[in-house]
Design a protein around this ligand. Structure first.
Ligand code: SF4
Ligand code: SF4
Length: 171
């Protein structure tokens, strides 16, 4: 491939005789392994844990997967105002609003709109928490759930049904 007039600088250097003598590096690696074996097997000190039986404590400020909070009548607190979608720097929230059925306001709270669809693409989300901060209804919240492994990209698209379900670890 032609590089045109672009000048390149070769920054490679020759190996020293020590680096060429790989035999020195091999016992050094064995010593590291032995050190960690003694530490773990005899002293019972380990850097790893037996997940999922054991879990680490996370910071109070940890932000996990979102959920949509519900009111006492199990209706989502979201009024589809689009603030979270607008503020999201990753553009991973997609909301479609619809008129709320007036019968759904038994406690007299005016929620004239509701989300017909509310999708979050968890693969694009950077978990910055700006959506939670922007929400005037405390409707979108971040849980402490970090178990987000999925088999396909489609499974990382969380819809309204998923977001408003009862989740463990809401924090
Ligand atoms: S946490 Fe940040 S990136 Fe993720 S949906 Fe909310 S605003 Fe967007
Ligand atoms: S979650 Fe909050 S900010 Fe987002 S649309 Fe609903 S009410 Fe508005």
């Amino acid at each position: 491939m032609s590089t045109g007039n672009i000048k390149t600088t070769n920054v490679s250097r020759p190996y020293t005789w020590k680096e060429r003598l790989y035999l020195l590096t091999i016992p050094k690696g064995f010593l590291v392994t032995l050190r960690y074996f003694i530490r773990g097997f005899f002293l019972r000190k380990s850097n790893t844990i037996s997940y999922p039986e054991e879990r680490r404590n996370y910071s109070e400020r940890f932000r996990g997967m979102h959920f949509i909070s519900l009111d006492e009548n199990k209706l989502e607190n979201c009024t589809a105002c689009y603030l979270c979608q607008t503020v999201c720097p990753a553009k991973c929230i997609t909301i479609t609003a619809e008129e709320r059925d007036p019968k759904e306001n038994p406690v007299g709270v005016a929620k004239e709109k509701r989300p017909k669809a509310f999708d979050i693409d968890a693969l694009r989300c950077c978990f910055c928490g700006m959506c939670e901060e922007a929400c005037p209804k405390d409707a979108i919240k971040m849980s402490r759930n970090y178990e987000l492994a999925v088999h396909t990209r489609e499974m990382a698209m969380y819809d309204l049904k998923h977001l408003s379900r009862e989740v463990k670890n809401r924090g």
